[in-house]
Design a binder for this molecule. Structure first.
Ligand code: FE2
Ligand code: FE2
Length: 409
């Protein structure tokens, strides 16, 4: 994934929060961010489709003035990071054993340079193939309830939509695709689309609710947010892009649209209330929901690669998908499904990780950068101490990168 590929080896430029650490020595203002758009064409400048790392282009004229004299050495900045780390270890009151992760007053999510916009995921071929179907063990009663609810909803939805995942009969090779579909072993392309379109209309809700509620809390309590809001909003937009992509292949009728309307009304309000009560449980619930999405898209990929959805075998990827994921111009549906599955894997990882944090005080460790799919695809979540280590590493990378960048004229 572009952000992961770039940011794991370079400095996170697109999402550079926590400027509080570096801004003191590098930029004159944490709010003096330049505008850095991530339109389709500009997004390509962020990295190539083969995943070769390249850094975002900048608009020097809009960047905040930087003085050579004002720049401390890399060692000094690293030391500053460590000092802050230790300082908050002492001052932290909710979590006295951590500091970088926990801030009573929020830290900046604005970069010292550049502006962030909604993240455009771009994956390398290796990342797309590195996703595994994983499960977060439900250890607490809340987790068990969340997991139980997801399983219950899945069971009900599978029943209503006729989703099948039963093994093929022994004589499957003697049956045609149509016969297997008629016998209930396979879904047709239309069945797949119905299922996916409905689920994506639901999947776009939690991120928006969480982002909106955290936004409202921030402006209500006059406090900054610790960097959670835009990750939540990115998730919502990403899910909506899934929907927009699949809508290019299937236009629901009136009845279907009515069902979507009702489902959104119910789910939005329930999730809204639940998020007011327990954000942690909601992120865990979404993590479990995304586990199911990864499972379903993995099944879809297997079916497609086995030639059991022949309608999609040579079907070109919709233009919107090529644009959004920076797919090759001749990309096919299989490339789209792989990209969507990787997105769902990110949501799985991010939400389970956020559920392991304290939503009152902890910084979003993914506000600056995210691990690439080689991590997210094989690891269900960061535990809290891992999130803290990751955040500290991000801050150090940020400081180093700020020193390496040429000064704007
Ligand atoms: Fe999705
Ligand atoms: Fe999802």
């Amino acid at each position: 994934m572009l952000r992961a590929t770039v940011l794991s080896s370079h400095l996170p430029l697109k999402r550079v929060p926590l400027g509080v650490l570096c801004v003191r020595g590098v930029a004159t203002s944490s709010t003096g961010a330049s505008r850095q758009r991530s339109t389709a064409s500009e997004g390509r400048a962020l990295g190539s489709n083969d995943g070769s790392p390249s850094l975002p282009t900048r608009e020097p004229a809009n960047e905040p003035a930087v003085s050579d004299k004002s720049q401390p050495s890399s060692a000094a900045l690293s030391s500053q990071v460590s000092h802050e780390h230790e300082e908050h270890r002492v001052l932290g009151n909710r979590h006295t054993t951590s500091s970088v992760l926990t801030r009573e007053s929020a830290v900046s999510t604005l970069p010292p340079k550049g502006d962030w916009v909604m993240f455009h995921p771009v994956y390398t071929p290796e990342e797309l193939k590195s996703v595994e179907v994983l499960h977060q063990k439900a250890d607490t009663p809340q987790d068990m309830i969340g997991y139980g609810l997801v399983k219950f909803f899945r069971w009900g939805y599978d029943l209503v939509t006729g989703y099948k995942h039963k093994p093929l009969p022994k004589d499957a090779d003697k049956m045609t695709i149509q016969e297997l579909r008629k016998a209930g072993y396979l879904l047709s392309d239309t069945d797949w689309l119905n299922r996916i379109v409905f689920l994506e209309t639901i999947a776009g809700v939690p991120g928006m609710v969480a982002g909106a509620l955290r936004h409202l809390k921030s402006i209500r309590l006059l406090k900054r947010d610790n960097g959670w809001i835009h990750t939540c909003l990115e998730e919502a937009e990403n899910e909506r892009m899934h929907l927009m992509t699949f809508m290019k292949l299937r236009q629901p009728g009136l009845f279907f649209r009515g069902v979507i309307l009702g489902a959104q009304g119910v789910f939005y309000n329930l999730f809204f209330l639940m998020y007011l009560i327990s954000p942690k449980s909601c992120h865990r619930f979404v993590g479990y929901l995304e586990e199911e999405a990864v499972f379903t898209y993995t099944h879809c990929i297997e079916e497609l690669e086995a030639g059991r959805i022949p309608e999609w075998e040579n079907k070109p990827a919709p233009e919107i998908a090529i644009d959004y994921w920076r797919l090759p111009a001749d990309a096919k549906m299989i490339d789209v499904i792989y990209a969507v599955r990787s997105d769902e894997t990110t949501h799985r990882f991010v939400n389970h990780s956020l559920a392991n944090l304290d939503h009152h005080t902890d910084v979003n460790p993914f506000a600056m950068r995210e691990p690439d799919m080689h991590v997210k695809g094989k690891k269900i979540a960061f535990e809290r101490h891992e999130a803290e280590e990751y955040l500290l590493e991000s801050q150090k990378l940020l400081c180093q990168k700020s020193l390496e960048e040429p000064n704007p004229k």
